[in-house]
Write a protein that binds this ligand. Structure first.
Ligand SMILES: [Fe+2]
Length: 295
């Protein structure tokens, strides 16, 4: 944070969301502190991710040309994003209902929370803010294969949005890929890099997911992931590692009509479980794991 950043009064007019939960990005509501938080987080993550994040992310960051010192204008980003993959970002006040989220993805729209976290929330906040949604997610939306995966995921999930038993399975798939995925890279120091937005937007989880002895790192297998609970309050106990984005796209075209009935309602695996058939890359020590609280 810049020592000169001042918290000025935020205008109190609140935009009313449309039926699809979108709003026009209220640029007039950002104050100096929001821009200072963006600048601080951008500088910290951009330097940390060098050598740790997948190449497609860095390429996307470069192509998007995100401003380093202020919260980006969504309209300006959309001109570059649409030209690259036909995706666009839409501003929302926060988390949106599952069906609405899936509908946006299925139509190549990614909802981005408009507001920024406070200066005392630089290292952790429970719900996604603009930095997480934008810096974490949007650079990969400029990658054609990853963008296709996001749309295919949205379409697949939308087809089951009415099925309460199916939703946890789609949530696990999203969690262990889009939010907390690792990807193999033989040239990287330990053979993998990060790509999930929950990692990419977090200093501590970037380091933990790649370097810590505690978590498991297991080769991605769809049926395995659909059964596996996860953590929303601490670092993950297990990270699943994909070979490349093409693997993701193939995953999204799986026969979910067969998979969902097979796994919905069946007992789920713990977040840290390791099974005999797992493609274990590193087996976690389990140090620091909370016994309760897998969701
Ligand atoms: Fe996210």
């Amino acid at each position: 944070m810049s020592a000169t950043a001042e918290l000025t009064e935020r205008p109190e007019t609140r935009p009313v969301p449309r039926d699809d939960f979108t709003i026009d990005q209220p640029l007039e509501r950002y104050v100096d502190t929001d821009h200072a938080v963006w600048a601080h987080l951008y500088a910290r993550q951009a330097s940390l991710l060098e050598g740790r994040v997948c190449h497609a992310f860095l390429e996307g960051l470069g192509k998007l040309d995100l401003p380093k010192n202020r919260v980006p204008s969504f309209a300006a980003l959309n001109r570059r994003l649409r030209a690259a993959t036909g995706f666009e970002i839409v501003a929302v006040p926060g988390l949106v209902p599952d069906r609405v989220f899936f509908e946006h993805l299925a139509n190549r729209r990614f909802p981005v929370t408009w507001w920024m976290r406070r200066p005392d929330q630089l290292d952790y906040l429970q719900e996604p803010d603009c930095f997480h949604d934008l810096f974490g997610h949007v650079p990969l939306l400029i990658d054609p294969v990853f963008a296709d995966y996001m749309q295919a995921y949205g379409r697949a999930a939308l087809a089951f949005a009415h099925d309460a038993n199916a939703l946890p399975l789609f949530a696990r798939l999203y969690w262990y890929t889009v939010e907390f995925g690792l990807i193999r890279d033989a040239a990287a120091p330990n053979g993998m890099r990060v790509y999930g937005a929950g990692i990419v937007s977090s200093k501590s989880e970037t380091l933990y997911s790649l370097d810590s002895d505690s978590p498991n790192r297991i080769g991605f297998a769809l049926e395995r992931v659909l059964r596996t609970r996860y953590r929303i309050d601490t670092f993950q106990k297990t990270y699943f590692v994909i070979d490349d984005f093409r693997q993701l796209f193939d995953i999204a075209r799986a026969d979910f009509a067969k998979l969902i009935p097979a796994f919905a309602g069946a007992p789920a695996l713990g977040a840290g479980d390791v099974l005999p058939g797992d493609a274990v890359i590193t087996r976690g020590s389990g140090q620091g794991w909370a016994r309760e609280g897998d969701v």
